[in-house]
Every structure is written in C-alpha cells, then in structure tokens.
Design a protein. Structure first.
Length: 586
C-alpha cells in the first residue's frame, strides 16, 4: 500500500481538484466521477441560550503541572426520566488548589425542557460531587426500568441508583463497588457478559498516580515535548490494572482474576466499549490504550475473556507501532454488516480506522484502512471523543471527533500545535472513503476549543444527530445539527425483557432501499462518554425500512417489517410486529 506522508497529505487536503483524488472520486484512469454535492449540515453552538453556562473546571488554564490536569472527562445524552427527550450530564474536574467554600466545581445534570432549553437540576437530583472526574457509563443495573449512572474518578468511583422520580442515591458501598485505596479510574462499561439478564461492570484504571511522587515539568525523562518542559507521563508512571465485577442480584462481586480481565498488564487504558465484534452472540470488550497496545477482550462464553488484540490486528497500527489511543467511534462505516472501530490519537500520528473482516466461525480479524479511507493527512491535532453518526441521514455513517492539545505551554513556541482546535467532520462518500468537510459544517464545528468528551444524540427530536462536547475550563458546547435536506431517518429504542432492561449489547440491523446497516447499544463510547440510547439510522430517500432485526444479548432475535421512516420505533424483546409500524416521534 502506498502511504501519504503527513506533509504531502496536507497539500492534498487543500489542493482543490487534488482533494477529489484523496476522496476517491477520480478513477485510476483519471476520469472524473460525478462530483460530490455540498455537505448539507451546519452546526450551531446553542449552549448559552440553552442554559448550559457553567464551565467545566479541569486543572490549570495557562499551564498544566501534572497529568491529572490534562485528560478531562466525559459527557452524556441521558434520558434519566424516560420521557423520550434527551437530558444532559456533564462531568467536572477541579484545580490543584482548593476552591473557596461554596464555589466547588461539580457534575451537572440538565433536564430537557422540550423547547431547546435545559434546567440545571443537579442538587434536586442529588448528583452534586466535586473531584477529578474521568468517565461515565450508563445502564439499568437493577432492571427497574430506569438507567443508572456509574462515574470514575481519581480517588473513589461512584454508582448512583436512579429512583425514577428525579432523584439518585450513591449506592457504591452497599453494592460492593467501594475500595479503600486511591485509584485513577478511566473507561468503564456495563455489559451482560454471562447472558444471565443483568448488567455486569468493567472498570479500567489509567495509571497509578501519586501527586507527591510525580516529577514536575521538565524534571524527568518523559517530562518534555519538543524540547519544552511539560507535565510528566504517561510513560514512566506506574501501570495500574483493570477490574471486572459480576452482578449477583444487584450486588457486585470482583471476578477480575477469574474472568481473565486482570491478566492483561502494562497498559494505560482509556476509553472502553462493549460490543459483539465477532457476532457470536457474546459481548466482547475493546479498550483504547494510551502509548501502549490496545486491548480486545474476546468473550469465551464460559465467564472468561482472552486478549486477542494482537492476533486480530487491533492492538497496533499497520506498522506494528502502539499509538496513544484515546477516543472510540463504533459503527459499520462500509455497510458490510460488521462493527468497525475508529480510534483517535495524539498529534503527529494518524488516527486509525479498523475495518472488521470477521466471518462467522473464524477468529476476529481487523484491517487498518486508515490511509485508504482518507485519514492519513490528519495528524495536526491531539484528538479525543469520536463517533460514527450519520449526520446527513444519507445512510452512510460519517466520522466526527474533537480536538485539544494537552500542553497549553507549547503553543507560544509552536503555533502549529495550538491548544484549542476545531471539531473535525469527515463525510462518508459511500465507497470506503471519507473527505474532510469541517470547514463546510458551520461555526459550531470551526470555533476552536480544547475539548475531551463528546456524545451524539438528537436532543430536540427533529430527526438529525446533534453533538454535546466537554470543553476544558469552559462551558460545554451543544452543537445543534441544522440539517438542510430531505433524507429520512429511523430511530430504534430497545427494551430488554429476558435480556438486561437497557438492551446493552443488542445488535440492530436495518434493511432499506440501499441495503443493510448495523449498530449496537453501548454503555460507553467516544471518549469517556455516552450517546443517545436510541440508535439513529439514516435512510436516504427511502420511505421505510423493509426489515428491522434485533439480536438480543440473550441470543433471541426479533424481526419487525415494513417500518415507516421518520419515527422512533420502540422494540420490546419478544415482540415482532409488522402491522404496528412503531411508536411515533415524541
């Protein structure tokens, strides 16, 4: 495979007609194909008028003394009250110095007012908490019909039980998830690994961090970048380990060793996603790792996992090098019925697109298609939260991700490594290739921020995918998708009965005029974040989906037929109804 150098790639990105070559719309013979129409998506940041005015405090503003200040935290589209409208949850960190009493930063829960605005109900809900927050994952661990909330921190993690009346209770200790030591929790995910109908819990730990023992900038081997003193790590800091808990009737039991999860060592794990990558009916785990090989825990069907990242081709890039894995986007970009993986990395490195080549009955197999897909030139930014949303409803998942450097001190020496950057949007051309349409996508995409977590969902229920973004030491961004077009859509909301109530791990296949699409219900994705649980499928010009198949975590399959477009279809496990086209949009 011929590679595109970073320098040449940047020329291609701005080279007019040459851009068409990189985008794959000129044939090998040089004959031009039909030109790609303008991208009909414009993002507008409506956070301020919507009521999202509180900044997410996270470490120093002009400099970062320690790595604990740099990683940031996640966000969520989270319908905590089951009213069909996406509420918002925004995590928060703190500063090294103690804040004045009464001014402690906190997580925020915003209730959707159904009119484009939100109300901060953090205190009423009982969710106020100050600390170095990292990740969140969502799932109904007690199967009472209301999704619960697990948060990771440097210090102590917390499980909040959702009572269904707008309030939450910290049940960490009574459910067996407490511990006495200090850990730096990173990615997490609820999943039903043993198919018994309740949700188990995976928790990663980034590294072992001791403020008193960590060198200051410039005072260690891994404490400078491009000759500039910066905070130390992750290389050189002690590794931590991953944990796994089995749900036994609402109590969690540590099975980290017995399950094989703890056997994988010497990694710096970050984001986590739980999905059935080999379509064998059992949920696997993929973990993006910083500066070390990523992990793919294959579910062995017997209560154990085996890391198969190396032999599957998903541990390193195609050159066999580890990368600084941060964010994950999961979806079927080429519509071949398999779940692919997009992973974001540090500056001066390519982000990676793994195409899933798995065939049933064979070992997991991924191919690095980064260069062929058109991502080889994007090496300028440190990138984080990512996703594969179909932003223009044409039936082909696009790829979007956020940027933000970790070293605010470096920009004054190297302007090309700006601390703040745009949100990057790559349009899926439907031929295995993508093209950068960021500059066409409005001020919401192009206004610079230093961002971390990102979540995708339809907060205003207008049928297109919006974007919630965590910004370091600024209020979050709520990017409204002002799609201008006539493409249709379908959302699938799953409800487990024998399977876990949230339906985590369910795989949904939608067949319409242009073929099949597949998505899966995830507890965590992007960077430490959580998307709208309603799976969003663009249908293009199709007026209906001929067939909707739901493959449940317990092995059952349900089929719905002749489902009209432009609605939310709620599928309850055990139902298969071709007469009732579904539940109309809220």
């Amino acid at each position: 495979m011929v590679k595109v150098s970073p320098t040449f790639g940047k020329v291609l990105c701005f080279g007019g007609a040459v851009l068409l070559l990189l985008a794959g719309v000129i044939t090998r013979s040089g004959a031009a194909q039909k030109s790609v129409p303008p991208f009909p998506v414009n993002f507008t940041d409506i956070a301020a008028p919507a009521g999202l005015t509180q900044p997410t405090i996270y470490g120093g503003v002009e400099s970062k003394k320690y790595i604990i200040e740099t990683n940031g935290c996640g966000v969520a589209f989270y319908d905590y009250d089951n009213d069909g409208w996406m509420d918002l949850f925004v995590m928060s960190g703190r500063r090294l110095e103690d804040p004045p009493k009464g001014q402690e930063p906190s997580n925020r829960l915003y209730r959707n007012n159904r009119n484009g605005t939100f109300t901060d109900i953090t205190d009423k809900a009982g969710l106020r908490r100050t600390g170095w927050a990292s990740a969140l994952c969502i799932g109904d661990y007690d199967n009472d019909g209301f999704d619960d909330l697990f948060l990771t921190y440097w210090g102590q993690n917390v499980l909040y039980r959702n009572h269904g009346n707008g309030t939450f209770t910290d049940v960490t200790a009574q459910t067996g998830l407490g511990f006495s030591d200090t850990r730096w929790g990173s990615g997490c995910s609820f999943l039903d690994y043993d198919r018994d109908g309740d949700l188990d819990l995976f928790v990663a730990n980034y590294l072992t961090f001791d403020l008193a023992k960590t060198p200051e900038p410039g005072k260690g081997v891994n404490c400078s970048w491009k000759g500039i003193p910066v905070n130390c790590g992750p290389k050189g800091l002690p590794f931590a380990r991953n944990w796994f808990y089995r749900n036994d009737g609402g109590k969690f039991v540590d099975v980290s060793e017995a399950s094989g999860i703890a056997k994988v060592r010497e990694r710096y794990p970050m984001s986590v996603t739980a999905a059935d990558f080999d379509e064998d009916g059992w949920v696997d785990l993929y973990v993006a790792c910083d500066s070390t090989a990523s992990i793919l825990y294959r579910n062995n069907h017997d209560g154990t996992f085996t890391d198969v990242a190396l032999e599957s081709g998903s541990a390193y890039n195609e050159d066999g090098n580890p990368q600084a894995g941060m964010g994950l986007g999961i979806g079927d970009y080429d519509r071949d019925g398999r779940l692919d993986i997009f992973k974001t990395h540090f500056a001066d490195d390519t982000h990676i697109l793994y195409r899933n080549l798995n065939e049933k009955g064979r070992k997991l197999n991924f191919e690095d298609v980064t260069m062929a897909a058109g991502f080889g030139a994007q090496t300028k930014y440190v990138c984080w939260g990512a996703g594969m949303p179909d932003l223009d409803n044409d039936g082909w998942p696009d790829i979007a991700f956020v940027t933000g450097n970790v070293y605010p001190e470096v920009e004054k020496f190297f302007q090309q490594y700006a601390y703040r950057g745009p949100r990057l949007i790559f349009r899926n051309l439907g031929n295995g290739k993508f093209t950068d349409v960021t500059k066409q996508s409005g001020p919401g995409a192009n206004t610079p921020h230093t961002s971390r977590g990102a979540a995708f969902g339809d907060f205003d229920n207008d049928g297109d995918v919006d974007w919630l973004v965590m910004n370091m030491n600024e209020p979050p961004s709520l990017l409204r998708n002002d799609y201008q077009g006539t493409n249709r859509w379908l959302k699938i909301k799953v409800q487990g009965v024998q399977s876990n109530r949230t339906g985590l791990g369910a795989r949904v296949v939608v067949s319409s005029g242009k073929g099949k699409q597949v998505q899966t219900v995830l507890s965590q994705t992007s960077y430490y974040s959580h998307d709208d649980l309603r799976l969003h499928f663009g249908l293009g010009e199709a007026t209906k989906a001929e067939r909707v198949e739901v493959f449940w975590p317990n092995g059952q399959t349900d089929v719905w037929q002749e489902v009209a477009a432009n609605q939310v279809l709620t599928v309850r496990e055990g139902g298969s109804n071709s007469k009732n086209p579904g539940n109309p949009k809220p």
